[in-house]
Design a protein around this ligand. Structure first.
Ligand code: NAD
Length: 276
């Protein structure tokens, strides 16, 4: 069954391998988009305080009528809320907007090195997990040196690091660090924000399997052991992006997609220099 594919965390919990991303889904559309995805079989939704749609997401979660323990909800602490007290207040506010007592995964959205507060923020997340407000805790956009510092100073490794990752920016060295440190990898902008859907190499693999480019790319993430959170607000595409188990990529396909990796393939900000 599709919904049973999960990736294990270092804290004993696990995450459904496909989730719905809702960045740029307006709050007023989020309820129906989330409900549509849950009815299509998704059990995992990825939001953030900065997406400004946690209320709509919460409404959609309730509308689908599923038991709480069937759902996996991620949200993130924004850069302005970094710091021990600030992060705890931010989590309380996110929970209120979502209408939940606990999130399944709470992430530090960016390390924001210039603020120098991500270790203090991590301390707040460790306390939040202890207090039952977050089942698992992790980070996003952390580079290896940031991960090493958290683990060195606090002794707790993130369950997961959510990073920009798609066939044109495969993050092989950071993934190797994750494997060494016991951290799951989650791919943001897994379709390259849609730009990869017209790549000729992807199109060839799609034609070979009679599948869409989006399905090929999502399947590549899954077969690479990654957690993947494609975004769509369109019901047909939401269903298409989850219908990825009726075919298999072979070694030739994996090699072709492997070959698209490009050191300059990053679309989003570089976490070392991002200044927001
Ligand atoms: P994505 O790679 O998921 O691409 C989304 C775009 O692809 C959509 O807007 C749509 O135009 C197109 N698309 C999706 N499915 C399609 C289909 N089947 N056919 C044709 N076109 C299709 O991009 P994203 O939204 O940037 O990333 C996904 C999620 O990752 C976000 O919604 C968010 O939850 C998360 N994210 C996190 C960070 C972070 O800093 N942690 C940054 C960016 C995104």
């Amino acid at each position: 069954m599709t919904t049973s594919r999960r990736v294990a965390f270092n804290d004993g919990n696990a995450v459904p391998q496909i989730g719905l991303g809702v960045w740029r889904t307006p709050d007023e559309e989020a309820a129906s988009v989330v409900e549509t995805a849950l009815r299509a079989g998704y059990r995992h939704v990825d939001t953030a305080k900065i997406y400004d749609n946690e209320e709509g997401v919460g409404e959609g979660l309730r509308a689908a009528g599923l038991a709480r323990d069937e759902l996996f909800v991620t949200t993130k602490v924004w850069n302005d809320d970094q710091g021990y007290d600030e992060a705890r207040r931010a989590l309380d506010a996110s929970l209120r907007r979502l209408g939940l007592d606990q999130v399944d995964l709470y992430l530090i959205h960016w390390p924001s090195p210039r603020r120098g507060r991500y270790v203090d923020t991590w301390r707040a997340l460790i306390a939040a997990q202890r207090d039952g407000l977050a089942r698992s805790i992790g980070v996003s956009n952390f580079e290896e040196e940031h991960l090493e510092r958290l683990i060195g100073e606090m002794g707790v490794a993130p369950a997961l690091n959510q990073i920009e990752l798609h066939p044109r920016f495969q993050q092989r060295s950071l993934r190797a660090a994750h494997a060494r440190l016991g951290i799951a990898t989650e791919s943001w902008s897994p379709l390259g924000q849609g730009k990869l859907l017209i790549d000729p190499a992807i199109a060839r693999v799609a034609a070979k399997h009679g599948r869409t480019p989006a399905q090929i790319i999502i399947r590549w993430h899954l077969d690479s052991g990654l957690v993947v959170i494609p975004k769509s607000a369109n019901p047909n595409r939401i269903a298409e992006n989850f219908d990825v188990f009726g075919f298999a990529l072979d070694a030739e396909d994996m090699t072709a997609i492997h070959g698209l990796d490009n050191a300059d393939g990053r679309i989003g900000p570089n976490p070392m220099t991002a200044d927001f």
